[in-house]
Design a protein around this ligand. Structure first.
Ligand code: FES
Length: 123
């Protein structure tokens, strides 16, 4: 079970939802199911519209591998939201990157805070 808190200037207040890891698919799918309007377009990791800041809320918890698809890496680099060092830290050291694409991020068993601006491709 994961607690996902969404926050955005485009929302009247923060919203926390409970998601079962592995059953809800992507962060964007969870948001859509809950009526949370993260901007999106392609839903396939190619446009960058759904970029969000994702923060782990359980600092003491054992971190897990952070898999980024090649498309997600490419788009985050092109948006200036991730460096090669951060990609390596995610893949080798399990250090979560600050920004993710909601349509590529698979919800896992961890509590997170998701921030988005409400504007397409802007965090
Ligand atoms: Fe296009 Fe996520 S909706 S990258």
């Amino acid at each position: 079970m994961a607690n996902i808190t969404f926050t955005s200037p485009s929302m009247s207040r923060d919203k926390t939802v409970y998601a079962v890891a592995g059953h809800n698919g992507t962060l964007l799918a969870v948001a859509q199911k809950e009526g949370i309007k993260i901007p999106f377009d392609c839903q396939d990791g190619e446009c960058g519209s759904c970029v969000c800041e994702v923060k782990l809320l359980e600092p003491g918890k054992q971190q897990k591998a952070h898999h980024l698809t090649d498309k997600e890496k490419e788009i985050l680099v092109s948006l200036g939201k991730i460096s090669k060092a951060e990609i390596e830290a995610a893949e080798v050291g399990d250090i979560p990157p600050k920004y993710r694409l909601a349509c590529q991020f698979i919800v896992r068993d961890e509590d997170i805070l998701v921030s988005f601006s409400g504007e397409s491709g802007v965090t």
